[in-house]
Design a protein around this ligand. Structure first.
Ligand SMILES: [Zn+2]
Length: 434
């Protein structure tokens, strides 16, 4: 359609052609462009991006330079066991990883589908309020929970599909093989059943320090399954503070061997920090060749070689991980908080470094989940308005999420009270959670 654009400085009018927009944000700061921009949205998609305030629409939001970013992507969570810490009192706080595993087994055997859905939905509401529009969560499938978590989260995935994209990972928390007289109580048959229910990513829990059986055999079995079902892999790997649990090079070699570049993610890889510098260098080079994404989880506090991975050009991703369960008591599903912790732990302080870290909860995470992403014409209008004027400011101030949009629909935020608008569009009426 043609609209008449009024030049503020010259006082002249000019007819310009724009798409039929549902609404437009004017005078926004974008993460990867200099200057002020105007973003137009129609039918749930971004359809126009022009400089300044040169867009007219039925509804125009004047943002006066505030930061507009793509929705955040939380690439590593465990929402099926969220909010279970309280039921155990202080027991887990005094114990280690093995005790937490035993405690979770007991809890899982009592999970119901309804209870899983309720807790997972609560976790997702927090994620959405924090500006997350896509999430990947592990879903446990084993003899303790059987397929109740799978069924519950598939339901939640459907019911919240207009508010957040949810990718599910069939996760063998208890290891892969069943070895009597050890902690390992494997889940392989349940994981395959989870895939038959429609889950498309295979998880793993390869940790030589914890499971007694051959980690290479587990990796081989995971690749076999991935190839048979044409699924991506997302493995908890080498989450052990010693140089001994170091299966990382093997995973990278297998990824290359099976031509699975770009389809494998690993998380934790804590042992990388304990091996020699030369071993680490070789492993990082292999990771790069295998195009493996590395998820770092700052709530664990002890991290892997984050700076070296970033320097090497790896696709490094940050997630919120566990949420108030026997493994991690803390958390509120806010990626910006996880990023702040990551910045503190890595000592990243310069603006350019904070902007680099930002990639781990945005572009890098989306690349790992293989989602189309970014403020580009044709992409879904998954957007967040921050009460900040730059990425570093958003991180340092832990800026308020003024508005969160999923496919052009307002799903969270305080914007309705705070931002000037010429008209108040229908979608700005406060949303009630059901
Ligand atoms: Zn995890």
């Amino acid at each position: 359609m043609m609209v008449s654009y009024h030049h503020k400085n010259s006082g002249q009018f000019e007819d310009i052609c724009v798409a039929d927009l549902d609404y437009a944000f004017t005078n926004v700061t974008l993460p990867d462009r200099e200057g002020r921009w105007c973003v137009g949205v129609a039918e749930g998609k971004i359809v126009e991006i022009v400089e300044g305030d040169r867009l007219n629409a039925q509804h125009v939001w004047h943002l006066d330079g505030k930061l507009l970013t793509p929705g955040l992507v939380d690439a590593h969570t465990h929402i099926d066991k969220a909010f279970t810490a309280e039921s155990l009192g202080d027991v887990f706080a005094q114990s280690g990883l093995a005790s937490a595993i035993q405690a979770v087994r007991h809890l899982k055997s009592q999970f119901t589908i309804a209870d899983i859905k309720q807790r997972a939905t609560q976790a997702l509401q927090w994620s959405i309020a924090a500006g997350t529009t896509a999430i990947r969560t592990n879903v446990e499938a084993d003899a303790f929970v059987e397929l109740r978590a799978v069924e519950g989260l598939l339901d939640v995935q459907r019911s919240l599909s207009d508010q957040i994209d949810i990718q599910l990972v069939a996760f063998p928390q208890e290891g892969w093989f069943a070895i009597p007289e050890t902690l390992e109580s494997g889940a392989s048959t349940y994981v395959e059943q989870a895939l038959q229910h429609g889950i498309k990513v295979i998880g793993g829990n390869v940790n030589q320090g914890l499971w007694s059986s051959n980690p290479e055999a587990q990796v081989d079995a995971l690749f076999d399954l991935a190839l048979r079902y044409n699924c991506d892999l997302d493995l908890h790997l080498d989450n052990w503070d010693s140089a001994e649990a170091f299966t990382l090079p093997y995973v990278a070699q297998k990824t290359i061997e099976h031509h699975y570049q770009g389809r494998v993610a690993v998380s934790h890889i804590a042992s990388l920090i304990h091996v020699s510098d030369s071993q680490a260098q070789v492993a990082i080079e292999l990771l790069k060749q295998a195009e493996i994404s590395v998820t770092v989880l700052p709530t664990r506090i002890k991290l892997t070689r984050v700076a070296e991975l970033l320097e090497a050009g790896l696709n490094v991703v940050c997630g919120t991980d566990n949420l108030r369960d026997p493994f991690i008591r803390y958390g509120d599903a806010d990626l910006l908080k996880a990023l702040f912790l990551l910045a503190q732990l890595t000592g990243y302080m310069a603006n350019r470094d904070l902007e680099r870290l930002w990639q781990t909860i945005s572009n890098n995470a989306a690349k790992m989940l293989r989602l189309p992403y970014g403020i580009n014409v044709g992409n879904l209008a998954d957007l967040v308005v921050f009460d900040a004027y730059s990425i570093p400011e958003a991180i340092l101030h832990q800026a308020t999420r003024l508005a969160v949009f999923k496919s052009g629909k307002l799903v969270a935020g305080t914007m309705q009270d705070q931002v000037l608008s010429l008209h108040k569009p229908d979608f700005m009426s406060p949303r009630r959670w059901t």
